[in-house]
Design a protein around this ligand. Structure first.
Ligand code: RAM
Length: 360
């Protein structure tokens, strides 16, 4: 058996049995071993930019939540790219964006199934680490996309855009819509979500600028990327803060539910709403005057880049170190930045003028 297949068999054992049992069977893989050397495993070896892209690989996608149209679109992008590259795609994942232990089990399942790489959108920055390190230790490349884990728990993170840009521009969009004055709130996804929390930190940073001195962030509410909970949280915000002037919802599920609530209420057009949404979800709310503008990237491009990054990692073209470059098919050349971050680019701002040009 090749070394990697022995490791994979052990990984399978570790995933289905207790770690201790697998450790005995596989010659001493303990939790401690995993955390000790996995950081180096993440960037082990030297990149060969001329290495041929391998075919016949299996890449597993593990989104935060499978029944979220945003991830359906992202993962379809990954599936199409893998097909074009002669590799296979599979998707597993929880149906709730707060089922972190479910995500851990799915990482273990993919490890047990001996995939070549996995693309994971993390519900929580730390909770998946032990399982992801176990995967990397077993020669499985780990790419996070959309929502990151800690840098030493994956090989690379495919980021939708600069977190700082996203956080700051959402505040800028809302400030313009409310004339830089009044109470505002944020309707987020899950309380642990790495991506939303980083964006919210940058929103708070942006709000420190004196030009926002007449704006006050009164509450961050959590709708858990669940339509009904997000709808109710919006309703609750307006009850609690009747003078609210605007809401930022940096989640496609949240912004859609908030728009739905506002559009059927007396607040329609009066309480402004922006954030991150898909043009297809938000079109009718832009057209009926509930929403002026919001932003997003193309989720299918994010999934495509995650798949192409995974294949480049498995093929040895990149290892995840800063400065390495690779060509992601028609998407062009990407350079790996600090902490193994690969950025898709700049988001698009959608409004009544351009929304009909987009279909996702
Ligand atoms: C939701 C998810 C996802 C986020 C988008 C904007 O679908 O929370 O993680 O990136 O919104």
């Amino acid at each position: 058996m090749r070394k990697s297949s022995i490791r994979r068999t052990c990984a399978a054992l570790a995933a289905v049995t207790s770690l201790a049992l697998a450790a005995t069977a596989c010659g001493g893989t303990t939790k401690e071993d995993v955390s000790d050397d996995s950081a180096s495993a993440a960037t082990a070896g030297k990149a060969d930019p001329n290495a041929e892209l391998k075919k016949g690989l299996t890449v597993g996608f593990l989104p935060k939540q499978v029944n979220n149209p945003y991830f359906t679109s992202a993962d379809k992008g990954g599936e199409a790219a893998l097909k074009e590259l002669g590799s296979s795609y599979k998707e597993v994942g929880p149906s709730s964006a707060t089922d972190t232990s479910g995500q851990v089990s799915y990482v273990n399942t993919l490890t047990q199934q001996q995939v070549d790489a996995m693309a994971v959108s993390a519900q929580d920055p730390g909770a998946l680490c032990t399982a992801l390190k176990q995967a990397m230790k077993n020669d499985i490349k780990v790419v996070t996309y959309d929502s990151d884990t800690k840098a030493d728990c994956r090989n690379a993170f495919v980021s939708q855009a600069s977190a700082e840009d996203l956080g700051r521009t959402e505040v800028q969009l809302l400030a313009e819509q409310i004339g830089y004055k009044g109470e505002i709130a944020i309707l987020s996804a899950a309380q642990t979500a790495t991506n939303q929390n980083i964006w919210i930190d940058f929103m708070k940073e942006e709000l420190k600028d004196p030009k926002y001195k007449d704006m006050k962030l009164v509450k961050v509410a959590y709708g858990n990327d669940d339509a009904q909970q997000s709808f109710q949280q919006t309703q609750g915000l307006l009850q609690e803060y009747p003078n609210l002037k605007g809401i930022i919802s940096p989640t496609t599920v949240g912004i859609k539910a908030a728009a739905q609530y506002l559009s059927g209420s007396k607040y329609k057009g009066k309480v402004k709403l922006t954030g991150l949404g898909t043009p297809n979800d938000m079109r009718k709310y832009v057209k009926n005057g509930t929403v002026e503008g919001f932003e997003l990237w193309d989720p299918s491009k994010l999934g495509e880049l995650a798949a192409r990054t995974a294949v480049a990692l498995v093929s040895g073209q990149i290892t995840g170190k800063e400065g390495e470059t690779f060509t992601a098919g028609d998407m062009g050349e990407f350079t790996i930045g600090k902490d193994g971050v690969i950025s898709l680019g700049k988001p698009t701002v959608f409004d009544a003028k351009n929304i009909d040009q987009f279909n996702f």
